[in-house]
Design a binder for this molecule. Structure first.
Ligand code: MN
Length: 187
């Protein structure tokens, strides 16, 4: 995975898209966010703050709370840190055109304590505890399976629950309470 925001900036016209361009730092820990994104196909974007950027994966089916579910997660370009707050509508003719909501977010801990996050990414196995979320909690693993493909898997812990399906039962934004359909209509 690349370490810069070059791809992110190259793909966007910031005179047209409301998405953030800059990359201010803050010091309240390492963020995670999952954004629902109604692009040409609906998906969920998982982002983890690593070394000053948001490492990003597009998860077509979204995250599961069932450890038996392995969800494809396709690595995408790094995003700036202030993307964690982005909710709105990207113009239709722009890259990634469509509505975005902040589906869940918080701060995470690296569970591979012998490795930095950059080392875990390079090793092809990331294990993080997602703290502070309203829908997701506990450990999640990302396993590299080749090229840009990873698998997002709920780890077996007290937050694992095969009966929940928050992607469908808890659709609202955690910052505005709106669904992605409402954001698409209102913004
Ligand atoms: Mn996306």
């Amino acid at each position: 995975m690349s370490d810069t925001l070059e791809d992110y900036r190259r793909k966007r016209d910031f005179r047209r898209t409301p998405e953030p361009q800059g990359n201010p730092r803050d010091d309240d820990g390492r963020h995670w966010v999952i954004q629902q994104h109604a692009a040409s196909s609906m998906h969920f974007d998982l982002r983890l703050e690593v070394d000053g950027v948001l490492k990003s994966w597009a998860v077509p089916k979204g995250p599961s709370t069932d450890p038996r579910q392995r969800r494809l997660a396709i690595a995408t370009e790094d995003h700036p840190l202030n993307y964690v707050d982005f909710e709105g509508v990207i113009p239709e003719d722009e890259y990634g055109g469509g509505a975005v909501i902040v589906w869940d977010r918080g701060h995470y801990r690296n569970l591979r304590e012998d490795l930095t996050m950059a080392e875990a990414l390079a090793d092809g196995l990331v294990e993080v505890a997602l703290d502070g979320g309203e829908k997701l909690a506990g450990g999640y693993a990302l396993k590299h399976t080749g090229d840009r493909n990873w698998l997002l898997i709920k780890m077996k812990d007290e937050a694992a629950d095969a009966r929940r399906n928050p992607v469908s039962t808890e659709p609202e934004s955690v910052i505005s309470g709106r669904t992605i359909e409402e954001v698409a209509e209102e913004d």
